[in-house]
Design a protein around this ligand. Structure first.
Ligand code: ATP
Length: 306
């Protein structure tokens, strides 16, 4: 098919080859088509933001890359090799780390134990846990990322949501992720904590990782993104680089774009007073506007603590 070819050719033409390349991906759950013809390139040192409303297909897309679901049509390649992951372990072993909203951290365990969860260091010859080495490395890695957690012995459940996200990101980087998929990392966070997390998303990008940042918040996406893909009802509605779009355009696209304009006309017809709906995003807009300033300001006081 020409569409598939042209996306793959265009993706391969740049100097920065995609690590993960999805071409014309489709995924059906029985007779529900969750994704149709989705193409996406994840590149080293780039943040690709995938935006979309509820039901747009974001989770399905993540699950395919993370090895939880297989796709039903199209092609996924990792470092140029076609792949069908049959488990999350296969995705992880290919250098793809996924940080879910619920984080898969053990809340009652210490920060350092969580950092090494599933990858514990042991001492020879008896295979006892090497606690001293794990504490030291966790401390070094978090410090390297500029994450300040004074006491790594405290249960991870006592950290703020933002700090927990940062621990999960630092852990993925330490264990060699080449691609980091972040599932709505700022969705449950307040303005200042979102700023803290966005800062580490940028650090991951600057460390050379290809980041996929899933969000429904265009303000957060625009603060950090190099590339934006908007999904609507399982299809790619927009695929563009930062230089080609403004925050206002991205917000309008997410808010419904042309559908909103049509609704605005319809409502105007029914109501003599004009109704301003274009670009509206409800209360979240105001909140996110604050976030734009807070990312720069967050270091002044808020460490993300609750
Ligand atoms: N396991 C499943 N079985 C059947 N249908 C599903 C399943 N998972 C998702 N869907 C459907 O696929 C479509 C895309 O869902 P998906 O969860 O990927 O969207 P999303 O963008 O992540 O939405 P949200 O932000 O609400 O999580 C929806 O219509 C959803 O109802």
């Amino acid at each position: 098919m020409t569409t598939t070819k042209s996306f793959a050719e265009a993706a391969a033409a740049g100097p920065n080859q995609p690590i993960v390349l999805l071409e014309d991906i489709g995924k059906s759950y029985g007779n529900i088509a969750a994704l149709r013809g989705v193409s996406l390139a994840v590149r080293q040192g780039e943040i690709t933001c995938v935006l979309g409303d509820n039901g747009a297909g974001k989770s399905t897309l993540i699950k395919i890359i993370a090895g939880l679901h297989d796709y039903t049509s199209g092609r996924m390649s990792v470092n140029g090799q076609e792949r069908h992951f049959s488990s999350p372990r296969e995705s992880l072993d290919s250098g793809i780390a996924t940080v879910y909203q619920d984080l898969a951290l053990a809340p009652l365990m210490s920060v350092w134990r969580n950092f090494f969860l599933g990858n514990e260091l042991t001492k020879r010859p008896f295979g006892l846990l090497d606690s001293a080495a794990m504490k030291r490395i966790a401390h070094e890695e978090l410090t390297k990322m500029g994450i300040s957690i004074p006491n790594l012995e405290q249960p991870v459940g006592k950290l703020s949501g933002g700090q927990r996200q940062c621990v999960a990101i630092a852990r993925a980087i330490h264990f060699g992720a080449k691609v980091l998929i972040l599932d709505e990392p700022t969705a449950a966070l307040g303005v200042n904590q979102s700023g803290v997390v966005l800062k580490y998303v940028v650090k991951a990008r600057d460390a050379g990782i290809g980041v996929v940042f899933i969000t429904h918040n265009p303000h957060h996406a625009y603060l950090v993104g190099n590339h934006f893909v908007v999904l609507k009802l399982g299809r790619v509605a927009l695929d563009t680089h930062r230089s080609e779009i403004t925050l206002e355009q991205l917000t309008t696209e997410m808010a419904g774009g042309s559908e909103l304009e049509a609704l605005s006309h319809e409502l105007r017809g029914a109501n003599p007073d004009p109704v301003a709906v274009s670009g509206a995003g409800g209360p979240a807009d105001g909140q996110a506007d604050e976030a734009v300033t807070s990312v720069d300001d967050q270091e002044k006081g808020d460490g993300g603590d609750e």
